[in-house]
Design a protein around this ligand. Structure first.
Ligand SMILES: Cc1cc2nc3c(=O)[nH]c(=O)nc-3n(C[C@H](O)[C@H](O)[C@H](O)COP(=O)(O)OP(=O)(O)OC[C@H]3O[C@@H](n4cnc5c(N)ncnc54)[C@H](O)[C@@H]3O)c2cc1C
Length: 76
C-alpha cells in the first residue's frame, strides 16, 4: 500500500469483472488518472465462479423495469 499513489482522479475498489470493465471503459475514454485497488488477485472472487450465463428470463419472476434493463444490457 505504501507504494500506491495517495490521490487519483478515479479510484475503483475491486478488480472483479465490474471493476475491470469500469477501468477499461475509462481507459477507452482517455482517462489515465485511474487507480484500481484489489485486495487479493484480479478476477479471483465471484468473477472466477460465474458460469457465463446471460439469462434474465431465468432469474426474473416478473417483467418489471429491472427485467427490461437486464434484457437491454444482455443485447448490448
Ligand atoms: C457460483 C456462481 C455462479 C455465477 N454464475 C453467473 C452466471 O452464469 N452469469 C452471471 O451473469 N453471473 C453469474 N454469477 C454472478 C457473477 O459472478 C457476479 O455478479 C460478478 O462476477 C460480480 O462481479 P464483481 O466484479 O462485482 O465482484 P467480484 O468478482 O467478486 O470482484 C470484487 C473484487 O473486489 C475485491 N474487494 C472486495 N473488497 C475489497 C476491498 N475492501 N479492497 C480491495 N478489494 C476488495 C475482491 O477481492 C474481488 O476481487 C455467478 C456467481 C457465482 C458465485
Amino acid at each position: 500500500m505504501n507504494e500506491l499513489s495517495r490521490t487519483a482522479g478515479v479510484v475503483i475498489v475491486g478488480g472483479g469483472v465490474i471493476g475491470l470493465a469500469v477501468a477499461r471503459a475509462l481507459a477507452l475514454r482517455g482517462l489515465s488518472d485511474v487507480l484500481l485497488i484489489e485486495r487479493s488477485s484480479l478476477g479471483a472472487e465471484s468473477s472466477s465462479a460465474a458460469a457465463g450465463m446471460l439469462a434474465p428470463q431465468a432469474e426474473a419472476d416478473r417483467a418489471d423495469d429491472f427485467f427490461h434493463l437486464a434484457c437491454q444490457s444482455r443485447e448490448m
